[in-house]
Design a protein around this ligand. Structure first.
Ligand code: B12
Length: 209
């Protein structure tokens, strides 16, 4: 796996789409979601850290993100047509431009048989309106920046003020870095990976959350 991560990282840093795709295609021993979670995400995180440490340029971070976006769009499985009985759900990126995590969670949930709306990138006010109008019962929120994560608190306050009974499920880097943050902002659950979302939704459905 370590070899895969460093080769994939090298392909991204040299903006070599062909090499990145070849590494993905030759990794036949793991499924595509595992490839994303065990190779793509660690590679992007190391590149992000390298940028923070002054080793890589922001343009490299940007191009690495773009290449992964293109690859992920192609490889994620299509929606499962056999939808299950389920609460009304939507997913969004809150006040942030980091869309990859949301795209992965959205596709994974759809391919696991869940139906959900994709709100794209939202600010708190418009998100509350959409939740109210669409009668959403579970809102999945993805953020990658701390200041966006803190806005979940504002979202929770607005939903409470309107007496809307909505479960807030959050995910993304700030919540993985600070394990208490999801509770501090008033979320109902936090997921470290896209796959965990399936379990959380099942818990909401059986009333244990
Ligand atoms: C790629 C990247 C970008 C790309 C984004 C491309 C895109 N379309 O998404 C670009 C170059 C555009 C970018 C821009 C910026 N970035 Co940036 N970026 C990253 C980087 C390197 C990787 C992020 C990523 O895509 N990871 C892969 C995805 C798939 O992982 P993920 O989001 O964590 O998602 C997984 C799980 O967390 C989970 N998950 C995520 N959300 C949810 C939600 C739910 C409900 C569930 C169930 C699960 C779940 O499931 C996913 C799959 O398992 C990170 C570094 C890092 N450590 O994360 C910095 C990082 C997030 N960026 C950062 C910064 C500062 C910026 C900029 C401000 C830089 C600048 N000066 O312009 C801008 C801001 C843009 C904006 N306004 O939003 C900082 C944030 C710091 C902070 N504490 O706030 C980071 C942490 C880098 C750093 N170390 O400083 N970035």
């Amino acid at each position: 796996m370590e070899n895969n991560i460093s080769n994939f990282m090298e392909a991204l840093l040299s903006i070599n789409r062909i090499a990145a795709r070849q590494i993905l295609e030759s990794s036949t021993s793991i499924d595509r979601i595992s490839f994303i979670e065990n190779v793509v995400i660690p590679a992007l995180e190391r590149i992000g850290k390298g940028w923070q440490d002054g080793v890589f340029a922001l343009s490299q971070v940007y191009m690495a993100g773009r290449i992964c976006e293109e690859l992920i769009d192609e490889i994620l499985p299509p929606g499962d047509p056999d939808r299950k009985d389920q609460p009304k759900m939507a997913i969004c990126v809150l006040s942030d431009r980091h869309k990859l995590g949301k795209t992965i969670v959205y596709s994974l949930l759809r391919s696991s048989g869940f139906d959900l709306l994709d709100y794209g990138t939202m600010e708190v006010e418009e998100l509350v309106e959409r939740i109210k109008n669409d009668k959403i019962e579970i809102i999945l929120v993805s953020v990658l920046m701390l200041h966006s994560a803190l806005k979940v608190k504002h979202l929770k306050e607005k939903l409470d003020a309107l007496n809307l009974d909505v479960k807030i499920v959050v995910g993304g880097a700030p919540f993985r870095f600070d394990k208490q943050l999801w509770q501090e902002v008033g979320a109902d659950a936090m997921c470290s990976t896209a796959s965990e979302a399936v379990l959380v939704i099942k818990n909401v459905m059986d009333g244990s959350l």
